[in-house]
Design a protein around this ligand. Structure first.
Ligand code: HEC
Ligand code: HEC
Length: 378
């Protein structure tokens, strides 16, 4: 729904622009309108599009439509999707043409892309794993397309299959690795993942803050369509992908350490960076006692500070966090108008220095001003 509905437009009637590194591609109209939608599509044509990325008229579809994932869907699930879409209200709406430059705009050239990156296949259960694990793998690989953002792409936009879930940059944010290369101080256990994917926040990690991850949780995986047991299966699968069980040895100690430095100012008496952090941020981010509260993301446990690049720190500080992101109804104010590039850079450097043992980030001020230029408005 999120890719096939334009902002405030009728559901599934298309027109949402997907930004790719190559140009904008608009989600098509999936309502059963005869002229502008898929009203004339047979089940066979629909199945071919989902499994092989070929349109009803025989054209290749652009891989902005993740048929390379949907190819794993069972025939039964494709039929169910077809039945659902064909019973929506038809909406007459013509979708704008994509803005891909020549020669990428030539659909028959997609043939080459397919030869390189695509295999037509259904999901194969892994018999050495439990039924719940396989359910989670199927939902993640075939339907949720977690890899669409968390797997890096090569220059031609194909997923780097040898680096599945190794993390990637999406719209200025980093979609962190979901393997054991994930840099969060505490591993993502099945319980933590379940809570994060169900509610948008994990107290031992933080909140979903990116405009791209929020719809996955609020729309893609939302109740009542996606049951708790399905979200649990996805959580179980990814806790195995990141080997959380083997790594989850010292959760309590790590958590206590983070809480102990949560309101820490620094050893230096006149550390002006610590003062800035106290004045602007600490009121909402200090934790104490037995553990971090979901409404107060513990920055010492957050991957925003431990990633190799500072994007996931800079973006929420400049943009703020809306009431739909993270914990529903909670907001963090935007600081773009209140803090200069140099001040945001100082905060980033200070927290990296006092909350992690990692090397300092480079060129912070330049990165803040680049992120500021991409803000929707000032
Ligand atoms: C449209 C892009 C997109 C899709 C699809 C997506 N993610 Fe994400 N995800 C992100 C981005 C960007 C972030 C980092 C920013 C944030 O915290 O919101 C993120 C953050 C996360 C995190 C937090 C990682 C950390 O260490 O902070 C987890 C866990 C996660 N995603 C799991 C998933 C799972 C599981 C799926 C599939 C069900 C998924 N994501 C699908 C973009 C995406
Ligand atoms: C009014 C309270 C408030 C203030 C002040 C505040 N924050 Fe936040 N911050 C939040 C909340 C709440 C969240 C989580 C959002 C959610 O769950 O919806 C958050 C999230 C974040 C995140 C993202 C962490 C994650 O979970 O991915 C970062 C980074 C961050 N804050 C940094 C800062 C910095 C730096 C300052 C000072 C310039 C600051 N915050 C000031 C309330 C605040």
């Amino acid at each position: 729904m999120s890719c096939h509905t334009r902002p405030d437009g009728p559901p599934y009637a298309g027109g949402y622009g997907v930004n790719t590194p190559f140009g904008v591609i608009y989600g098509s109209n999936l309502t059963p309108d005869l002229k502008t939608g898929i009203g004339r599509w047979s089940l066979a044509a629909f199945t071919r599009a989902m499994h092989e990325g070929v349109s009803r008229d025989g054209d290749h579809l652009f891989p902005a439509f993740p048929y390379y994932a949907y190819t794993e869907l069972s025939d039964g699930d494709v039929q169910a999707l077809y039945a659902y879409l064909m019973t929506r209200r038809p909406v007459s709406a013509t979708v704008p043409p994509s803005t891909l430059p020549f020669p990428l705009s030539v659909r028959f050239l997609q043939e080459g892309w397919k030869l390189l990156f695509f295999r037509n296949r259904r999901y194969q259960a892994n018999p050495s794993k439990s039924a719940e694990w396989n359910r989670g793998a199927y939902l993640s690989e075939a339907l949720s397309d977690c890899g669409g953002c968390h797997t890096p792409r090569n220059l031609l936009g194909g997923e780097k299959m040898r680096h599945v879930y190794a993390g990637a940059v999406v719209d200025g944010w980093i979609a962190p690795a979901l393997t054991d290369a994930n840099p969060s101080p505490l591993p993502w256990t099945a319980d933590a993942l379940f809570r994060y994917l169900r509610t948008g926040v994990s107290p031992l990690h933080g909140a979903a803050t990116a405009a791209t991850m929020t719809p996955v949780i609020r729309d893609g995986l939302a109740l009542p369509v996606v049951s708790d047991s399905d979200v649990r299966a996805i959580a179980l699968y990814f806790s195995d992908v990141d080997h959380a069980r083997e790594r989850a040895t010292d959760l309590g100690a790590m958590m206590r350490k983070a809480v102990a430095i949560s309101s820490h100012r620094s050893e230096e008496k006149y550390d002006s960076d610590a003062y800035l952090y106290h004045a602007a941020c600490l009121s909402c981010h200090a934790n104490a006692a037995s553990g971090p509260l979901p409404a107060r993301p513990e920055l010492a446990l957050n991957s925003a500070l431990t990633l190799a690049e500072p994007a996931n720190f800079i973006e929420p500080v400049l943009r703020g966090i809306g009431s739909r992101d993270g914990a529903p109804g909670l907001v963090m104010p935007a600081y773009a108008a209140a803090l200069s590039d140099a001040e945001v850079a100082r905060l980033a450097a200070y927290l990296r220095r006092t909350r992690t043992t990692l090397p300092p980030w480079k060129d912070l001020e330049k990165k803040v001003s680049a992120a500021r230029r991409d803000l929707p408005y000032e």
